[in-house]
Design a protein around this ligand. Structure first.
Ligand SMILES: [Zn+2]
Length: 340
């Protein structure tokens, strides 16, 4: 008599025919995420840029903003590079329109606004506020990075209040900064998130569970994971999974940092004990103590041969014939180059 029960090899699974034969749909989807190599990601970014920019497409033009950094004065070199010149030459206001560089610019603005902004020259202040205005306008236009926009405006307001009595530059200029921050804050406050129309197209919650997990595993900011969980009840459970928070802990913190908050009776590697660990709580405590790792899609770099500072993705016209080495500059490293 034939066996009529469920297929014991994989009950309820769907199969898909691939070039290598039949494969479980669930595993095949995982493979798609794992095979997102550099070329595929580069193609997706190119597609996203051309789709998003539309009429602003000229900004993708391959211009190479860079400048030669003068470390100090000598008989031959009299000029020092100023911060305002550096910001202008690196096209910071234009960089906020590039999805890869905008986070770097936001972090740089935040550091400048919270550290001795009042000690900057009037010209540098003007440049900073031009970049700030461009950042806010871009955030409102693309509806991306609005969290950054609010954070930067509150930081700018704080910086202006702190430097009210001892700033460099005229009082009139300082008043103008106040008025601009006020105008931009009102624009951001008046912004209403547009609800997506009922277009019967796929949303994040419609995706299969393993796809949602794979996407969440690529998110580096815990706030995005929490907000995703708040967006739909189906996503809430995914955002609470301990495995996800464990991955996030391991991405942002070193083993030594994690061990600081790991219960002493737990031995990492023993599954039954690891199940009882509240990784979300460990992440929270590590984040409060150590801060999270900053990640940027594109960063500045300094050429060791010609001392040019340039965007890594755009490169620079080097005078060296051989391929010169370069040193990556984080926003903190970049600011340290200029005496503030
Ligand atoms: Zn060079």
């Amino acid at each position: 008599m034939p066996f009529l029960g469920q297929d014991w090899r994989s009950p309820g699974d769907q199969w898909v025919r691939t070039t290598e034969g039949w494969e479980k749909l669930r595993l095949w989807r995982l493979k798609v995420f794992e095979n997102l190599n550099e070329n595929v990601v580069a193609r997706l970014i190119r597609l996203a840029l051309t789709m998003d920019l539309g009429p602003h497409r000229q900004t993708t033009e391959r211009r190479q903003p860079y400048f030669f950094f003068n470390k100090g004065t000598s008989r031959e070199k009299k000029e020092l590079t100023s911060l305002s010149e550096a910001l202008l030459r690196l096209d910071m206001a234009g960089a906020v329109k590039d999805i890869r560089r905008s986070n770097f610019v936001c972090k740089l603005l935040q550091l400048i606004l919270e550290n001795k902004f009042a000690n900057l020259s009037g010209t540098a202040q003007k440049h900073i506020f031009q970049i700030l205005e461009a950042t806010i306008n871009e955030a409102l236009r693309t509806e991306l990075n609005l969290g950054w926009a609010r954070e930067l405006l509150s930081q700018a307001q704080k910086g202006l209040d702190q430097g009210q009595n001892y700033h460099i530059g005229s009082q009139c200029l300082w008043e103008r900064h106040h008025a601009l921050v006020c105008k931009l804050s009102n624009q951001v406050a008046a912004y209403q998130l547009k609800q997506r129309d009922e277009d019967n197209r796929v949303t994040l919650s419609d995706l299969p569970a393993d796809c949602i997990r794979s996407i969440l595993y690529c998110v580096a900011d815990h706030r995005d994971i929490i907000h995703t969980g708040q967006a739909a009840s189906k996503l809430q459970d995914f955002s609470q999974e301990m495995l996800l928070w464990r991955e996030l802990c391991q991405y942002h913190f070193s083993n030594r940092q994690i061990l600081t908050f790991l219960p002493s009776n737990v031995v990492v590697g023993k599954d039954e004990e690891e199940d009882s660990i509240d990784w979300k709580n460990i992440y929270k405590r590590c984040y409060k103590r150590f801060g999270k790792k900053e990640t940027f899609a594109d960063m500045l770099a300094m050429c060791t041969h010609c001392c040019s500072i340039y965007w890594q993705s755009l490169g620079h016209p080097c005078i060296s014939d051989v391929e010169a080495k370069s040193r990556v500059l984080s926003p903190e490293d970049f600011i340290k180059l200029f005496p503030l």
